[in-house]
Design a protein. Structure first.
Length: 629
């Protein structure tokens, strides 16, 4: 098989898996799980094989045509796609294996694994897409998959509400994404990624601030950036393996991947908006995480914060390299922005998937208890989960020479070199990250058990622990770019390298903020059934809780006070003016005219004589000038 045939095979394979499960295995959960997991294993193996080959290719085929406008489906397999493909394949396999144990007793296991297969198909479509129209199609399929899997336990009202919230919030961002695609086609005559890059190199690309900002709307929704971030914490109502795959490692990272794909379209004003959106999201989510008691929601806000880091990295590294077209200067992306963003996306995918699956192991071991203040003492009861989770925490807080240390340093270096204010805010965010992650780690695993569930916690089987070990290993080594094969050099050679004094400053800052934050998180919070911050500083706790709820309250106010009232006005306008006056009024007028016309043809001779005389009088009045037209 050729490279293209392998790519087509692994794209179609999960779709076939989902179809087989939906058509034949709806009541055979065990077989459905095996089919979906074997499919994920095949995807992982072929993904690694494809990535390790030096061959890169593009291929396209016209799908439909409307006059001069055509939509194509194609493959663009370069280093960027190869890296993302490996991430999706490896994390997807780990989640499938973990799900074998976590969802073993679920009554709707077949539907769950069918949903995972649909998601894998959709995500692979985004990775391979060679044009924005194709990416948008799979973008929407990913949103559908997320909706289905968040709503897996649909009998819970909270899960049903969360799935609708995620779907609606993403549609808002996706509307802007679609407008950006249309505008890009209108101005440049193509949305093919290779053709856009060629136009950029030939200086014939039409630049516009609006195009990248509209496309960025899609990333704001999918990667949960302010102000459309509100859906991601609620998405934790879905099964924990879904949170690991979709809402931590892959789908939410699709927005970052898309930004790296469209880097040629970037202009300075758009990059400034992207930079500050990411920075604000990183800081805001870190502040919100401090007050969370649900183990999954702490990780959800952590994911928001780290996604903000990636978005900020893209904006930070995209500040120079000017292309000229005529007399206009247009700034396009610095390679360092793509490299740093994708580097952190890669490391984050591994250590955040590890911690989400670790939280799933904890929840499973504690009989579905998710409140960290009802845990404690799990270090001795679940030692393998404890040590692997500890590696994940160390990686995300930037413990020296673990994965997160290197990728976070690359972003801090970019910030230090390009924008000192952003550097200060991201460094503060790093402090807060250490605070809430060490708080989570301590309250979950150390001290004495604070509930009966924690006292009787136990380690899961091999399917629950093996993925944790594998992801922990990746969290240890993923920061060493030498570990990656040369085929990824197109991405990892772009990572900024600090030299001299800058390197020393960044290293000291990185280690310093990690130590300060970890120290606060470890010493301040006590292993008690209540939150130490709420007990000792209720005002601060209330302020942070209010900050967390501010966007939801704002949206609730908008929907109830503005949107609903506007909808009532539109309904009134439609019923009275459109349906009443125009539609029914015109119909009534026509009916009245018809009634009058029928009166002229009643078949009564006397009536015809009267109408004849009336007509003669009218003609006489017109002829004598008494009546004029």
């Amino acid at each position: 098989m050729t490279m293209l045939q392998h790519a087509i095979f692994i794209l179609v394979l999960p779709l076939v898996s989902a179809a087989v499960i939906a058509l034949f295995l709806r009541r055979s959960g065990g077989i459905a799980a095996a089919v979906s997991t074997l499919t994920a294993a095949s995807i992982a193996v072929i993904s690694v094989i494809l990535a390790l080959q030096n061959e890169r290719f593009t291929a396209s085929s016209e799908w439909m045509r409307f006059g001069d406008f055509a939509i194509s489906l194609g493959f663009k397999f370069d280093d960027l796609a190869a890296l993302m493909l490996v991430i999706v394949g490896l994390v997807g396999l780990c989640v499938h294996v973990f799900s074998l144990g976590y969802m073993a007793d679920d009554a709707a296991k077949a539907r769950y694994f069918g949903g995972l297969s649909i998601f894998m198909f959709s995500m692979l479509g985004i990775v391979f897409a060679d044009n924005l129209f194709m990416m948008f199609i799979f973008w929407e399929l990913v949103g559908f998959s997320s909706y289905v899997l968040i709503n897996h336990w649909h009998e819970k009202q909270s899960a049903a509400d969360a799935s609708k919230k995620a779907f609606i919030a993403n549609r808002v961002g996706d509307f802007g994404f679609l407008l950006g695609i249309v505008m890009c086609y209108w101005l440049n005559g193509t949305v093919n990624l290779t053709e856009l890059a060629a136009k950029g190199e030939a200086h014939t690309l039409v630049f516009s601030t609006l195009i990248p900002l509209l496309l960025f709307c899609g990333a704001v929704g999918k990667s949960a950036q302010l102000p459309l971030h509100v859906w991601l914490p609620d998405a934790m109502e879905g099964p924990t393996p879904v949170s690991a795959l979709i809402h931590a490692a892959t789908m939410v990272a699709a927005g970052i991947y898309m930004l790296c794909r469209i880097n040629v379209l970037m202009v300075p004003d758009a990059l400034t908006v992207i930079l500050w959106t990411g920075t604000a999201t990183a800081l805001y989510a870190a502040l919100c995480a401090i007050t969370q008691s649900d183990i999954k929601k702490v990780l959800a806000y952590s994911t928001l914060s780290q996604l903000g880091y990636m978005v900020a990295a893209f904006g930070l590294g995209s500040l120079a390299s000017t292309h000229r077209h005529g007399t206009d200067a247009h700034t396009v992306v610095f390679a360092a922005g793509v490299g740093a963003a994708m580097f952190h996306l890669t490391t984050h995918a591994f250590f955040k998937a590890l911690m989400f699956l670790g939280s799933g192991s904890v929840i499973h071991g504690c009989h579905h208890e998710q409140d960290i203040f009802k845990m404690g003492g799990l270090r001795t009861r679940m030692p393998l989960t404890f040590w692997t989770f500890t590696i994940g925490v160390a990686a995300i807080i930037g413990f020296p020479y673990l994965a997160g240390f290197f990728s976070k340093d690359a972003i801090l270096y970019l910030a230090f070199a390009n924008n000192k204010a952003v550097f200060a805010l991201l460094a503060l965010t790093a402090v807060l990250t250490s605070v809430y992650m060490v708080r989570l780690w301590k309250l979950t695993f150390l001290g004495e058990p604070r509930s009966d569930h924690a006292s009787h916690a136990h380690e899961g089987g091999l399917s629950l622990t093996l993925p944790l070990v594998f992801l922990a290993l990746l969290s240890l080594v993923a920061g060493y770019t030498a570990f990656y094969p040369n085929v990824f050099s197109g991405i990892f050679d772009l990572i900024p390298v600090a030299h001299g004094a800058d390197h020393t400053i960044i290293f000291i800052t990185s280690v310093g903020v990690m130590i300060v934050g970890a120290g606060i998180g470890y010493t301040f919070w006590k292993s008690t059934p209540t939150d130490t911050l709420a007990d000792k500083a209720p005002g601060l706790f209330a302020a942070l809780a209010a900050l967390k709820n501010s966007f939801d309250r704002a949206y609730d106010y908008y929907v109830a006070k503005i949107q609903q009232r506007f909808a009532l006005f539109v309904n009134f306008f439609e019923q009275i003016f459109l349906a009443g006056l125009i539609v029914r009024g015109l119909a009534g007028f026509v009916g009245l005219c018809g009634l009058g016309a029928r009166a002229l043809h009643v078949g009564n001779l006397n009536a015809y004589v009267y109408w004849f005389l009336l007509g003669l009088v009218g003609l006489w009045l017109f002829a004598t000038g008494v009546v004029t037209l």
